[in-house]
Each structure stands twice: as C-alpha cells, then as structure tokens.
Design a protein around this ligand. Sequence first.
Ligand SMILES: *Cc1c(COP(=O)(O)O)cnc(C)c1O
Length: 357
Amino acid sequence: MNTFDINKLLRNNIRQLSPYQSARRIGGQGQVWLNANEFPYPKSYQWQQNTLHRYPKPQSELLINAYANYANIKPDQLIVTRGADEAIDLLIKAFCDPNQDSVIYCPPTYGMYEICAKTYGVKCKSIATLANWQLDLSAIEQQLDSVKLVFVCRPNNPTGNTVEAITIKHLLEITKQKALVVVDEAYIEFTPTQTLTTWLNSYPNLVILRTLSKAFALAGLRCGFAIANSAVIDVLTKISAPYALPTPVIDIAVEALSSAAIKIMQQQVKQINELKQQFADQLNALSCVQQVYPSDGNYLLVRFNTESNIFKQLWQQGIILRDQHQQLGLENCIRITIGTGDECATVIQALKQLAKE
Ligand SMILES: *Cc1c(COP(=O)(O)O)cnc(C)c1O
C-alpha cells in the first residue's frame, strides 16, 4: 500500500508551526482552573432562538452600537470579531504580504501575534522589552523596515505591567505612514489606566483590540472587537467571513452590554482586583516566592525561588496554573489567574504544604 504523506502537501511554514499552547489544548485534570485568565463565575443569558433558520447579518448594528456606546467611540470605528484572536488574524491577513512583510512584538508577551504571523508565512521580529518590561523604542525604530504591524499588549499578558502612554505616543510617531500600532486592550477593564481610544482622532495608524472574554466573563462566547479609524475598519470588514458571528453570540453580547450588565461587570472587576491584592500579599509571605509582580490584569505573575517544579506538583493535585518558564526572562515564573476566594486559598494552602515537604 502506498503511504500517503500529508506533509508533502503542506505549506512549509505550517509544517514547521507549533500551535498555540492554549490553556485548553494543554489539558490537565483539575478542580482549580487558573490558567486562562477566565472570569471565575458564569452568568446566565437568554437569547431569542427563533431566527436561526436565517443567516446573521455580517455586522449587527445592535451590537456595534452597544459596544461603540460602551467604548465611547463612533460605530464606524468598530468591527466585531470571533474573539480578539480573530482580529489579530484579520489584521495580519489584510496588511502583511507573506515572505515579504513583518510584524513586531515584544516578549515576554501574548503568544498569538507570533503564531498567527507564522501561520500566514509573515516574518516575525521579536524585540525584547527592557528590564522593566517597557518597550525598547530605539531597537524598534531600527527594525521598522518591512514592518506593517507592531503589536503591544497593554496591560501586558503575562507580566501584568502597562506600557507607558508616552511610549505608545512615540511608537505611533515613528511608525506613522509605515505601520499600524495594534494595542491589545484585552485587560483594560481591570486597570485604572486610560484606554487609548481617545487617541484615534490624532493617529490614523492606531488599532485597539478588545474582548468580552475576560472582564465580561464570556470567554466561551468568542466575541471580540477591533477599534480603529474607519479606513482600517473598512479593510477588515472587506475580508471578514460573510457570516462571521453566530446569531446567539450577537444576542448574548448585546445583553452583556446593557447598562445594568456593565455595572455588574464593573462591580465584579472591583472584587477581583481586591482579591488580587490580598492574594499577592499572601503569596509574598511564602518562603518559596521570590517576587510577585504588580499586575493591571486579572492575574499575577509570580517568580518562585528555585527550579522546584511547583507548576508540576500543583498540576498533579488538580490545580492548573500557567507555566511561563519558556518565555523570555521568565525563568521560574508562573502566571496565576485570580479565581474565586476559595480557589486562591486553595493555591496558598497547597504552596504552604509543598514548603513543608
Ligand atoms: C485572552 C487574550 C486575547 C484573546 O481574546 P479572545 O477574545 O478570547 O480571542 C487576546 N489578547 C490577549 C492579550 C489575551 O490575553
């Protein structure tokens, strides 16, 4: 029998690609899931199910208007996507020629910018952040040739820090006419830091990413947004799939954006932030912890003292965290999502127990 080798058909870049190690792909068996920066409680929704025989609209005005209202922008500055991840995908697909153009991202940071670029055969320029995790602007400036997109995660996942606004301003200046600056605001609700949406009028090359997956507690819904001036939005709309968003997704997203639901979200975010502070203090008091980094997100990056396999030992106890040791400069670091109070207490208990053994 002839053996069929699928690899011979594959594009080179796909053959070489290692997929994003999403929290769900990694697997694990646990009772305590603190590895995907999800919100710890579900909310319940109702949606009209009587129109599912019809295709949805490409972009629902109801949802566009609801989010534009929430984000304080104009409806033509917004496109709804299948999670912020699809917005990353659309941007690369629209602006980067394979084997020719490049994207910049600044590790340690979110992994999808790199993986998505590699999927399209687009070159990656990985420009390490400075020791304080701020951007190395002069290195970026020197490497702008062929660059179409510069991704900045703000607040940054997994470190939790926020790149200074003045730095983004400089970045927008040095990339003007050359590249888009994509500021990923997936965690913006958790920080007092101002969003950059108010800068859209001054910077035609600014793009902002948002999602309902984190503060809105809707990771399973798969609903995100790209915000930019209408010229950019028109391009993304042009290449977006004809019926990109399922009708129930649109209905639930609209419900989640009612003013009452937004108030509840904001209260819950406040609780998560209070819990984050207590959790950070408790972690800092442990002998195995070297440092807990200040975080503007719903997670903490923790550096442990030794190569002590803490990640694996907790994993075996069903406490699933996010190992970060493979990220640039994050040796012995684990990212822990702020879960419920009970879940945080379980982590502290388990770490105390490990220290005794
Ligand atoms: C979670 C996350 C996303 C993905 O959001 P989805 O809307 O669920 O696709 C994007 N960027 C960052 C930095 C994230 O942490």
